[in-house]
Design a binder for this molecule. Structure first.
Ligand code: NAD
Ligand code: ZN
Length: 342
């Protein structure tokens, strides 16, 4: 089968013929239909320092996908050939304290598909049945392909109560934009989204930001005044990984404000801890998706009218993957889909 492989320890990906994945009695074999390119895939493509210390070579990469089941292992009774599914990209151990308690997103021994085990940028992928999410047929295939990052957005956005709250989102990347849509759907009042990229801020407006802020030319404090907000933001969603965005957020929260942090900083960040203490802020790190409460809510929000369609800005066939990565790196894209059904 065809797959995109990290073959050499250098920049790039290689489209190659690789053996079909083997699958065991508890696994399903999925024919991949569409995939999404993630920032993680861009790190692997660019072969930055994180990728160099994390990715064993060769490796089939990619983890955002939708496909159809073609075979199931002997123990699998509730999935069938023809089912439209995505895969949770974190394969957990099932035996640690958190897994045993049903908190699988907190597993201390997680393996990532397309990172530590063969990924989804391929014609077929095999996964344990415990990692498979069955899609409602009414859900658009392109949106089904990006349930993984949509799940990051939902997990972060719904970590703290949102109804009637004023929300600050730093970073209008694909995940920040989807989070804006989610918090609007969940009943937030002001949804202020910051970035330093005007193209991305426009995308955030399409997804439901009520006010966008280019922090190079505007101050959040002035925006709060304009909106008539007296006491600061209630909830902050950090989705840039940028140090100054995070510091800005801390300074603009109301007393008792709650911050969910998804963005991954490239290095240590110093913050004003006095503000955290005296303003009694809550900071919570967010990783992945809750298995499977986040997935359940993702489906239900789409069924109840959440519209994410404008987050998908580009579509390519898989052999045009170079163009897909170029557009991801240009900063002028939302989600980029690669079609494997050609
Ligand atoms: P992205 O890189 O596409 O988006 C980040 C955005 O932040 C960009 O649009 C960038 O212009 C903007 N930005 C840069 N400096 C800024 C500043 N000073 N103020 C405001 N915005 C600024 O990333 P994404 O795919 O949308 O993901 C968002 C973040 O979440 C990334 O840091 C990513 O690494 C991280 N992530 C974390 C998890 C997890 O499980 N914790 C999973 C996926 C992604
Ligand atoms: Zn575990």
């Amino acid at each position: 089968m065809k797959a995109l492989v990290k073959r050499e320890r250098e920049r790039g990906l290689w489209l190659e013929d690789v053996p079909m994945p083997e699958y065991g009695i508890n696994d399903v074999l999925i024919r991949v239909d569409r995939t999404g390119i993630c920032g993680t895939d861009v790190h692997i493509y660019a072969w930055d320092s994180w990728a160099q210390k994390t990715i064993p070579v060769p490796m089939v990469v990619g983890h955002e996908f939708v496909g159809e089941i073609v075979e199931v292992g002997a123990n699998v009774v509730d999935f069938h050939p023809g089912d439209v599914v995505s895969g949770e990209g974190h394969v957990v151990c099932g035996r640690c304290r958190n897994c045993m308690a049903g908190r699988r997103h907190l597993c201390a021994d997680t393996k990532g598909i397309g990172v530590n085990r063969p990924g989804a940028f391929a014609e077929y992928i095999a996964l344990p049945m415990t990692n498979v999410w069955h899609h409602d047929h009414a859900i658009d295939r392109d949106i089904a392909a990006i349930f993984d990052p949509y799940g990051n957005a939902v997990h972060t956005a719904l970590t703290f109560p949102i109804l009637g709250e004023d929300v600050l989102i730093t970073g209008a990347g694909p995940i920040g934009c989807m989070a804006a849509a989610v918090v609007r759907h969940a009943g937030a009042r002001h949804v202020v989204v910051t970035d330093v990229n005007p193209w991305r801020l426009e995308l955030a407006t399409k997804l439901g930001a009520t006010r966008t802020v280019d922090v190079r030319s505007e101050k959040l404090r002035d925006v709060q005044r304009e909106l008539g907000m007296r006491e600061g933001f209630d909830v902050g969603l950090e989705m840039s990984g940028n140090a100054s965005a995070f510091r800005d957020m801390i300074s603009q929260m109301g007393h008792g404000g709650k911050i969910a942090m998804l963005g991954i900083p490239a290095e240590e960040i110093a913050i004003d801890w006095n503000t955290v203490v005296f303003n009694m802020l809550t900071l919570k790190g967010i990783y992945g998706r809750e298995m499977y409460d986040t997935w359940y809510k993702m489906t239900v929000m789409l069924q109840s009218g959440l519209n994410l369609s404008s987050i998908i800005t580009h579509r390519f066939d898989y052999h045009e993957f170079e163009q897909g990565f170029d557009v991801m790196m240009s900063g002028r894209s939302g989600k980029v889909i690669l079609n494997w059904n050609v």
